[in-house]
Design a protein around this ligand. Sequence first.
Ligand SMILES: Nc1ncnc2c1ncn2[C@@H]1O[C@H](COP(=O)(O)OP(=O)(O)OP(=O)(O)O)[C@@H](O)[C@H]1O
Ligand SMILES: [Mg+2]
Length: 245
Amino acid sequence: MLEVKGLVKSFDGFLAVNRANLSVQEGEIVAVIGPNGAGKTTLFNLVAGQLIPNSGQIVFRGENIGGLSPHRICRMGIARSFQIENIFHRLTVFENVQVAVISYLEKSYRFFSPARKQGVHETLQILDEIGLSDKAGRVSGSLSHGDRKVLEIAIALGNYPKLLILDEPTAGLSPEETLSVIDLINKLSRELGLTILLCEHNMDLVFSVANRIMVMQHGASIFEGKPDEARKSPQVQEAYLGGSA
Ligand SMILES: Nc1ncnc2c1ncn2[C@@H]1O[C@H](COP(=O)(O)OP(=O)(O)OP(=O)(O)O)[C@@H](O)[C@H]1O
Ligand SMILES: [Mg+2]
């Protein structure tokens, strides 16, 4: 589904992503791990179009998408959540998801109907799938940090992606909240058949959801393989844990 080859992004000569490779097959959950500053978010920004690569290829379902606008990439089927919160705090939970759904639907139909009535059914369905139905009317700013992280996933789902990219979906969450996000990710994969690419520092999450793991260090992909192989790899232990393992 996604093939990243020799991807490079430099900021004023500093190689944040340095000839990175990554492949994601349809239906997989792939986790990108690596120390702070390894280039994970930059890689996701390149794939989703927030940044333009210096060189290398990003092929999504047979098309080279490197350098396309985020909007075009989103319409091709890639949606993402951000490491830094990206919701409208004054809107309700329902409205936050509805905004995404409307922007998805608008281009295809219902162009002249009032916004408030658009995408109601679709929005309710997403909130139901994600487990936020009972909080639909709450002002988003009043939600717990955990519910806001889940809301961000719901907003991404409003774009009806084929590939869902999650940048640290459990950052700052309690152990219980983390467990419910793990369940949610597994459910989205199983029930909606979504392909998921995520990065995380929480190894409990990584090892309980990922089919495959890619390890980044200094912008480069230094390992791609099954979680078991990653655990055993001396190279990964050295890079990720500084040799202490
Ligand atoms: N817009 C930018 N301008 C300059 N340098 C940047 C920019 N974005 C990222 N960097 C640098 O690129 C490197 C990779 O950053 P990135 O945010 O991709 O790392 P990360 O793996 O997501 O880290 P973390 O786990 O802390 O989120 C870092 O050294 C960072 O300071
Ligand atoms: Mg990051």
